[in-house]
Design a protein around this ligand. Structure first.
Ligand code: ZN
Length: 317
């Protein structure tokens, strides 16, 4: 498992432990102040313990469990009589949205239930995802910077930018090729998308195609070599893992890389692996579609033609 996910897991665990300890302290306090509820509390404790034991031994515990609720009701009534709000005996999680489980359930399409990462986890992940994504190399490339000024007087581009922003900030972006002459905001928009993903704790990576190619070549060498220092091998594995598995990959500036005999095969492998995993890839290129087809030929071009949205970045309004 990715080390950052391990960290999040243990933070959530600590938060749950913390709220259990707080609850225990609160309960002890109330029991001390109101000895009247002590005997019921003891009964509840006993019943809870028996239920757990039965469950651990694989016995039916429904019967035992069903006896807890009436006891709790009795205790709560007694507390109310004593002028104490029974709500005080509920655990107080660090995050009220997810009770420190880290995920929330929300209604999905067609009456199904979907789970989603809670905002508290996204907040924990965001700084890590931002620093891993490479967007910090492009400090001003962000949806926060007004698109109006970037695409001033260009209604088509403003509309496209807005559409992408909404998808990046709330949903999932489709695979896309941003093409058109240089200086039309392709990288700006693609990096803005990656930043929006990372800010929500989703994994994103911005990498120039030339570097991605280099990395895949190193990976191949590592697989083929008889020996490579384990630390080096691990580092390459991690980087390739991020390249193939991040929620959003921006493959920047396709076409300027030096051609090698493996360029097309590597690109195909990368796109196929990502598509299979349901991950989004955005490719930016200064080439027009004809030149792309000419340069990369059949299979690669077919793949993007079929599975990618071709978005032309223009300066015409
Ligand atoms: Zn939460």
């Amino acid at each position: 498992m990715d080390s950052v996910y391990e960290d999040v897991k243990s933070i959530l665990e600590n938060r749950r432990i913390r709220s259990e300890i707080l609850l225990k302290l609160k309960k002890d306090q109330i029991r001390k102040e109101h000895p009247e509820i002590e005997s019921i509390e003891q009964e509840i404790d006993k019943m809870t313990e028996d239920t757990l034991l039965a469950a651990l031994e694989g016995k039916s515990c429904e019967d035992l469990a069903s006896r807890i609720a009436p006891l709790e009701k009795k205790r709560d009534d007694l507390l109310k009589d004593l002028g104490v709000d029974p709500q005080i005996l509920l655990p107080e999680p660090f995050c009220k949205h997810c009770n420190d489980t880290g995920y929330i359930r929300k209604p999905g399409k067609d009456g199904t239930v979907e789970t989603d990462l809670c905002v508290c986890v996204r907040e924990l992940l965001a700084p890590v995802m931002l620093s891993r994504s490479g967007v910090e190399n492009y400090p001003n490339y962000s949806f926060d910077k007004a698109a109006d000024s970037f695409y001033e007087g260009n209604a088509t581009m403003q509309e496209l930018f807005e559409k992408l922003r909404k998808l990046a900030e709330k949903e999932k972006l489709p695979n896309a090729v941003f093409y058109g002459k240089s200086g039309k905001g392709k990288t700006f928009t693609a990096v803005s998308c990656a930043r929006a993903y990372a800010k929500q704790g989703r994994s994103a990576l911005v990498i120039r195609q030339a570097e991605a190619q280099e990395l895949m070549m190193e990976h191949r060498k590592a697989i083929q070599s008889f020996y490579m220092a384990p630390s080096k091998e691990k580092e390459i594995e991690e980087r390739v893992g991020y390249l193939t598995q991040s929620d959003l990959l921006v493959l920047d500036d396709l076409g300027v890389e030096a051609r090698t005999p493996n360029t097309e095969a590597d690109l195909l492998y990368l796109l196929d692996t990502r598509m299979l995993a349901g991950k989004t890839t955005i490719i930016t290129t200064n080439f027009d579609l004809e030149s792309l087809k000419e340069r990369y030929g059949g299979r690669f071009f077919d793949r993007i033609d079929r599975s990618f949205k071709m978005l032309r970045f223009t300066c015409e309004g």
